[in-house]
Design a protein around this ligand. Structure first.
Ligand SMILES: [Cu+2]
Length: 194
């Protein structure tokens, strides 16, 4: 055997060993289609608009500061997380500096009929988890403080995605206390999604 032949045989043996190893290693990488070899793909859940609503607030209790008010609400989700933003404008100047409770309720927003909005949307109640806990992680609370120009904003983020329905953002007369209560229902904005 010449030196050249010996080199060729060794090279062939090495190539065979490489081919045997390449199979399982390549399979273990679980490279998704379209991703070039050597690149790592990190799945990113896209942000999705769940629901939006804007318009005049519907008055539930007359003579309050929300008769001429308007609101915008935007609900987006990213994976299991939901962000809700609320902006209210045109609130009566007498309400400047006051804080009002606001929540997502399970029922619809019907002018003059506060009871129609039903209870707070509570993910423990919806999923049958007991005991039911009432807090800003299980419900969507959007309390806001009215500025001197009659505008206010609020936002919240929760680790659940509310189920679709014909629902309402309800504004109450007081800030929300630790029991989740905030007094009389003054106004609402419908929020419907499917
Ligand atoms: Cu409420």
């Amino acid at each position: 055997m010449t030196a050249t032949t010996r080199t060729t045989l060794i090279t062939a043996a090495l190539l065979t060993a490489t081919a045997v190893l390449a199979g399982p290693v390549a399979a273990a990488q679980k490279r998704p289609p379209g991703v070039p070899e050597g690149e790592v793909s990190i799945p990113v859940a896209g942000k999705t608009d769940v629901a939006t609503s804007h318009g005049s607030l519907r008055v539930l209790k007359p003579h309050g500061p929300f008769g001429g008010a308007r609101a915008v609400v935007v609900m987006t989700s990213q994976g299991p997380r939901t962000t809700v933003r609320l902006k209210v404008t045109g609130v009566g100047r007498t309400a400047a500096g006051r804080t009002f409770g606001a929540h997502l309720h399970t029922g619809p927003c019907v002018a003059g009929d506060g009871a129609a909005a039903g209870p707070h949307y509570n993910t423990d109640v919806i999923n049958g988890h007991k005991p039911v806990r009432v807090d800003h992680e299980r419900e969507i609370w959007l309390d806001f403080t009215v500025g001197p120009s009659g505008a206010a904003t609020a936002s919240t983020a929760v680790r659940f995605v509310p189920r679709p329905g014909d629902r309402a953002i309800v504004v109450h007369e007081h800030a929300t206390d630790h029991h989740g209560t905030a007094g009389a229902r003054l106004a609402c904005l419908p929020l419907t999604w499917h």
